[in-house]
Ligand binder design. Structure first.
Ligand SMILES: C[S@@+](CC[C@H](N)C(=O)[O-])C[C@H]1O[C@@H](n2cnc3c(N)ncnc32)[C@H](O)[C@@H]1O
Length: 484
């Protein structure tokens, strides 16, 4: 959709009109980071008893669950849109609201659609480019993240966004103003949906009372590992940005920053905000898991598992820790005492998938198999299967990273790849390769230790000698490679 855009200098008039107070700070162009907040005079939290306030925004301007509902009461077109395509999540409703605003503000619509709000003006000042990977060009998306944990996350996100846009079209096709402004002339494009999604992801924050919110002007503050400011909701119905309580002294011209989260991995930062905090010491990543292709219970395990089928790997102080409740379910089989049953309803319709372990119903405890197997006499054998699966998944990821290195070298000369995006992707690849290599070695050590375990040796010996002692097919698969 053609957007009306205003220069950032329009923010002064917007703030005045909407009672937003910038106190000794202004918005400046900071290059790669986009705009940011900068002090206009030297500031110190020592000078006053109270912590200095830098920015005050009336609470009613924030975009949160409550205000979305208020806007829907006042604007019948937005109400129509919410009724047809909203109501599933706060994020979805906010995206619809933002779409509504760019529609009202568009130079093309001319349909007397919607009710102008402060956000109609504010979206005109929001950037058309957000460095998050969903807005990278196809070449960048394909090459830069290959082999990183973001490769599958980005593919899944793009597929979800495409589905959402398709649903929006389907559900609003019958609404006359949507037909006129969006679909008739193809004015609304997938790229608009990508943009409002990127705005939301990179600009929303968590307010203690209002919950997930977008706050105009506060969303101009950038992130730093050594943040000098924080935000809070005040008792007099405002959202405030304040200088840190600790002895903070800022020269005139210093950037004011908050923390977007210190425990976020590089992948999360890149995915949500489009940059990497190179000062962060958090070293972690998440890998997705799929049941082994020839596991007859694979699909049932996925369907019955309560959480996401993932492995989280972290490196803290040089040691590797990992967590994966799904791996403990993934490594078990019927022969071990795992059973799935479909419970029939009295009216004959199929209903819930039930999971049994050693005869007990564990349907509500599928994420606790590590504990469930802890008293089993074969717990070390199961532990070995888990470590083998873990190491295999890490190997697979590392191979993909190594393979894609050559492609990456060849894009040095490609003009369609932004140097900044290339830089952040290389940083992510370097970190994830190091974490995965360390995790591979750690898994190897764990595996070797388990292989010395008496119970495991006995089990493997029996497994080799007798057809009557069936093992997990996963273990069988990997034993060929790893135990021989
Ligand atoms: C909440 S907005 C902050 C305002 C934004 N810079 C703008 O121009 O509108 C978040 C975005 O700012 C940028 N950003 C924030 N902190 C950054 C940092 N430390 N390094 C690089 N970019 C940063 C990223 O593009 C991120 O998606």
């Amino acid at each position: 959709m053609r957007r009306t855009q205003l220069p950032i200098t329009a923010l002064a008039a917007f703030s005045k009109l909407n009672d937003i107070s910038f106190l000794d700070i202004g918005v400046h162009d900071l290059g790669e980071k986009g705009f940011g907040l900068v002090t206009e005079r030297a500031l110190s939290s020592d000078d006053t008893f109270d912590t200095p306030t830098l920015l005050l925004i009336p609470r009613e301007l924030t975009l949160c669950a409550e205000t979305i509902e208020e806007y829907a009461k006042a604007d019948q077109h937005f109400r129509q849109l919410l009724d047809a395509a909203g109501g599933k999540s706060l994020r979805g409703d906010v995206l619809l609201f933002l779409l509504m605003q760019i529609t009202i503000a568009s130079p093309d619509h001319g349909q007397n659609v919607g009710l102008s709000s402060p956000w109609t003006e504010y979206v005109k000042m929001l950037p058309s480019e957000v460095p998050v990977p969903t807005l990278w060009n196809e070449g960048e998306q394909e090459v830069l993240l290959q082999g990183t944990s973001l490769e599958s996350a980005l593919n899944a996100k793009m597929a979800a966004l495409s589905r959402e846009f398709g649903n929006l079209r389907e559900r609003t096709a019958e609404i006359p103003w949507c037909q006129k402004c969006w679909w008739e002339s193809e004015a609304l494009q997938f790229s608009d949906w990508l943009l409002v999604d990127a705005w939301y992801r990179s600009r929303c924050l968590e307010l203690p009372n209002a919950g997930e919110s977008m706050v105009p002007c506060l969303d101009m503050v950038n992130h730093s590992h050594q943040a000098n400011a924080f935000y809070e909701e005040t008792s007099n119905n405002s959202v405030a940005l304040l200088l840190h309580r600790r002895d903070e002294k800022l020269d005139a011209g210093s950037e004011v920053t908050i923390s977007y989260g210190t425990s976020k991995s590089q992948a999360e930062m890149l995915f949500s905000y489009g940059f990497i905090d190179e000062q962060s010491t958090t070293r972690s990543l998440v890998l997705t898991l799929e049941p082994v292709s020839d596991d007859p219970l694979g699909r049932a395990k996925l369907a019955a598992f309560g959480g996401p089928p993932i492995i989280s790997i972290s490196e803290v102080g040089g040691s590797i820790t990992w967590e994966s409740p799904f791996l403990y379910l993934m490594c078990l089989n019927e022969e071990d005492g795992l059973e799935f049953r479909i419970l029939q309803q009295t009216d004959g319709t199929c209903s819930q998938l039930k999971v049994f372990w050693q005869g007990s119903d564990v349907t509500d405890a599928t994420s606790t198999f590590e504990a469930l197997i802890s008293n089993h006499e074969l717990k070390d054998v199961f532990g070995l299967r888990v470590v083998v699966l873990l190491q295999d998944r890490i190997r697979q990821q590392l191979e993909r990273l190594y393979e894609s290195e050559d492609t990456l070298q060849s894009i040095n000369s490609m003009t369609h790849v932004s140097p900044y995006r290339r830089h952040v992707a290389l940083e992510l690849r370097k970190t994830e390769t190091a974490i995965l290599e360390a995790a591979f070695s750690a898994a190897d050590m764990q595996k070797n230790k388990l292989l010395e375990n008496e119970k495991v040796m006995e089990y493997l010996g029996m497994g080799n000698a007798s057809e009557e002692q069936p093992q997990s097919h996963e273990a069988n698969n990997h034993e060929e490679e790893d135990f021989s």
